[in-house]
Design a protein around this ligand. Structure first.
Ligand SMILES: [Fe+2]
Length: 402
């Protein structure tokens, strides 16, 4: 792109042919932000589709479609969204995105691992343009460029608004904890975080504000800090359904194969944060229809969130729907599907190890989750099917088969 700033015209229209223009403007794309633009087209009508396109240097972009949210205080009859996560580019084709783009959805929720910072390894079906780990800003930008060139991913972005959070691989596997700028041991971590967050901001549909060094505010509430924004939001909510949409597994799972011993892996999920998990469970018990949406595990899981994990007879206070990866992990060696858990994990209601995404339809009386799977990610095209469908009834946390 060179080092010059570029003027970019944008238009958003009420029709797919882009003749009925609702808003338009010009923004300057600067090299310091990889010539990205972040237009906040305000003043649109609620709950309707819009189409948009950009023009720069006499070239017009393809037309994208988006959709505004219903006005506050209104009650739409249904909400349809898909949620997905974990799209390791080298491990599989994005057939799940091609299928998602054809669904009838209000939005896509992406729960993290949009890129993988690591080297392409193992059973690769395709390579990065530049091999190796991402550390510098140029590395992360190059990684996004590769991912974003995928036509199926482009189609999925062009069809719906996306609501995003990240997980660890947008920066580095399993990174965690605070960062003290005065601690010299943190220099490399701060360097990577700063670069990764900037590249994330540049390449994702975020309103801003732009990152401040190794910090970027991703969540959308007016009050923030600690976890009170979440608890306060749940406590004050009058909504029929309350989704806690985040990256990693919330529910307890005992992964020890031996019936007499226990193993609760916790570095990369909520079992590493049992105090916060307990506080949230207690709030779920007082919240109408709490549903946790998660990714990260590269398999599908459905859980009853129990008031007390060690007592299977204790009340179910929420439902967790954990969606598999778009492509990460590649095809399952041995496809496996399991309905209902074991003596060790009675809270587990469903397991499957295919690649895909989850389609969710929310009506006042029930939520329906369809676990969608692609037949393979080693070929650029594949069939898509529904592995299983689950229903959560209003006022009754936990799932039953549709
Ligand atoms: Fe992942």
């Amino acid at each position: 792109m060179g080092t010059a700033a570029v003027e970019v015209e944008w238009r958003i229209a009420r029709d797919a042919a882009m003749t009925d223009i609702a808003k338009s403007g010009t923004v300057t794309a600067i090299p310091e932000l990889a010539h990205s633009v972040h237009v906040d087209a305000t003043g649109l009508e609620p709950d309707r589709m819009y189409w948009y396109r950009f023009r720069a240097g006499g070239i017009e972009s393809p037309i994208g479609r988006t959709r505004t949210a219903p006005a506050a205080g209104t009650s739409p009859s249904a909400l349809r969204f898909a949620f997905a996560s974990c799209q390791n580019y080298t491990q599989g084709y994005y057939t799940a995105h091609a299928a998602m783009a054809k669904e009838d959805l209000h939005a896509v929720l992406f729960l993290g691992d949009y890129i993988y910072e690591g080297d392409a390894r193992g059973d690769r079906v395709r390579d990065y343009s530049r091999r190796g780990w991402a550390f510098s800003l140029a590395d992360y930008r190059d990684r996004y460029a590769t991912y974003k060139m995928d036509p199926n991913l482009q189609a999925s972005h062009a069809a719906f608004p996306w609501i995003l959070t990240w997980d660890d691989h947008e920066v580095e596997n399993n990174y965690a904890g605070g960062i003290d700028p005065n601690d010299s041991k943190n220099k490399q971590a701060i360097f990577e975080r700063t670069n990764a967050y900037q590249a994330y901001y540049e390449h994702q549909p975020l309103r801003g504000p732009k990152p401040n060094g190794p910090a970027l505010k991703l969540y959308r509430t007016l009050s923030y800090g600690e976890r009170d924004w979440l608890l306060a939001g749940l406590a004050a909510s009058k909504a029929q359904w309350n989704f806690v949409t985040q990256s990693v597994r919330f529910s307890q799972q005992d992964s020890s194969p031996d019936p007499t011993t226990h193993r609760f892996d916790g570095v990369d999920n909520w079992m590493g944060y049992v105090v916060d998990q307990r506080i949230l469970i207690d709030q779920f018990a007082k919240t109408r229809n709490a549903v946790v949406l998660s990714g990260d595990s590269h398999v599908d899981f459905v859980y009853d969130v129990k008031q007390n994990w060690s007592d299977p007879k204790s009340p179910t206070v929420a439902t967790e729907l954990l969606g598999t990866s778009i492509s990460s992990e590649g095809d399952p060696f041995i496809p496996a599907t399991q309905f209902d858990g074991s003596a060790k994990n009675p809270q587990l209601r469903f397991f499957d190890n295919h690649r895909g995404y989850v389609r969710v339809t929310v009506e006042r009386a029930r939520l329906t989750a369809d676990f969608r799977a692609v037949s393979t990610v080693t070929q650029p095209t594949a069939t898509v099917s529904t592995l299983a469908s689950f229903v959560v009834d209003d006022g009754r946390p936990g799932v039953h088969r549709a």
